[in-house]
Design a protein around this ligand. Sequence first.
Ligand SMILES: C[S@@+](CC[C@H](N)C(=O)[O-])C[C@H]1O[C@@H](n2cnc3c(N)ncnc32)[C@H](O)[C@@H]1O
Length: 215
Amino acid sequence: MKSKNDILLQHYIEAHIDNEPELLRELQRQAHITLLNPRMLSGHVQGRILKMFMLMINPRHVLEIGTYTGYSALCIAEGLSETATLDTIEINDELQPKIQSFFNRSEHGAKITLHIGDALHIIPQFSYNFDAVFIDGNKRHYIEYYELCMQKLNAGGYIFADNTLWDGHVIDTEIAANDYQTQGILAFNKHVKNDSRVQTVILPIRDGITILKKI
Ligand SMILES: C[S@@+](CC[C@H](N)C(=O)[O-])C[C@H]1O[C@@H](n2cnc3c(N)ncnc32)[C@H](O)[C@@H]1O
């Protein structure tokens, strides 16, 4: 559970970074009313960070695994140049109308293509490579996503993997023993640590974001 200081610090950060665009505020409000797990969406701080990552690396093609509401996709798209593209993959087809309606309303929506289906089947079908990937799908399959993405990632490209500290469960052996998602994250963290094809850091932001640079 978050301490009072953690919450105050979170509010302080939100008050001193770029504002959350109105469309994303609306999306977040709707998600809290209509969806089961609104906590899954990136939110104000992480959304601004994702945008900043894109501004820093200026990618041509970006891939996202796990669209959910489209919140992170819209933040990534905001940071892209007008000619850059984002392909985002979501397995839950019930989310499609809601996601697409927000993409249609966004001034950055034209950069985004939504793919409905399993990322494990869709990734191998792309005919072009990516400069950046945001992995945020099923925690049990992170290594599989990662290996597929590495085949489609340009040298010098980046993979951003979300939730790699998994609410601190990565250091709780009791939880890890009984939880497949924690086991998936633990296996992924070990896998990339031992992979000489990438340089790796973990940012202890929100739920942990691993940044991998392909050499
Ligand atoms: C944590 S949410 C994504 C949140 C979103 N990226 C954001 O930050 O706003 C994870 C999403 O991944 C989707 N998902 C899970 N497994 C998937 C797969 N194999 N392929 C595509 N999407 C998947 C889930 O349905 C869920 O909507």
